[in-house]
Design a protein around this ligand. Structure first.
Ligand code: IMP
Ligand code: MG
Length: 178
């Protein structure tokens, strides 16, 4: 697959993603049965994952969105996180699940987790489809992981290269050096 003359190779198929999403949903359905949960989706990247995941959930839930900036337009994390769009519900005393499509340095989720914890929820856990654990620079507990991945730059299934390619049903990696 070519995007701006850069060569992308398929890494995770649509089918493999489906299996990982269903596996996460099964674990959540077991752990949150009978509970009321606020799902906090991290825009923009996690919107595709969230849309697929929520259709497999059997517990009571409401969905919220946050938009944070950490990457900007580049391909490396800038280190500072700011809130561009906040959630619009009171999470005090509620169970919260953060939905993310990929964790890299962990800075974004550490920031968001600490921020949500400060509002006094009953619990906060992180759900991520993909985990680039080799790239972690800050420690953040991640309870639900769909699939561990190597340190590669990925696009598709919500993941972007300068805002493009989020629509691809499969996940691709960028072949270095081009
Ligand atoms: P972190 O704060 O370094 O963990 O960055 C997490 C955010 O960076 C994710 O929410 C993604 O939006 C973005 N990101 C991390 N790795 C990739 C990648 O391989 N492709 C596209 N976006 C990525
Ligand atoms: Mg992104």
């Amino acid at each position: 697959m070519l995007l701006d003359d850069r060569n992308f190779t398929r890494y995770i198929s649509k089918h493999e993603i489906d299996v990982a999403v269903q596996d996460i949903a099964q674990r959540l359905n077991r752990d949150y049965a009978g509970k009321k949960v606020v799902l906090v989706t991290v825009l923009k990247g996690a919107f595709v994952f969230a849309a697929d995941l929520i259709r497999h959930l059997t517990f009571d839930n409401e969905i919220e969105f946050v938009r944070l900036s950490s990457y900007g337009k580049g391909r490396t994390s800038s280190g500072t996180v700011t809130v561009l769009q906040d959630i619009h519900t009171d999470i005090r005393g509620k169970h919260v699940l953060i939905l993310e499509e990929i964790i890299d340095s962990g800075r974004t989720l550490k920031f968001l987790r600490d921020r949500l914890e400060a509002s006094g929820p009953e619990s906060v856990e992180i759900v991520t489809l993909l985990d680039k654990s080799a790239k972690r620079v800050v420690e953040v507990p991640v309870k639900y992981v769909g699939r561990p991945i190597d340190d590669q730059f990925l696009v598709g299934y919500g993941l972007d290269l300068e805002e493009r390619a989020r629509n691809l049903p499969d996940v691709y990696y960028l072949k270095y050096p081009n």
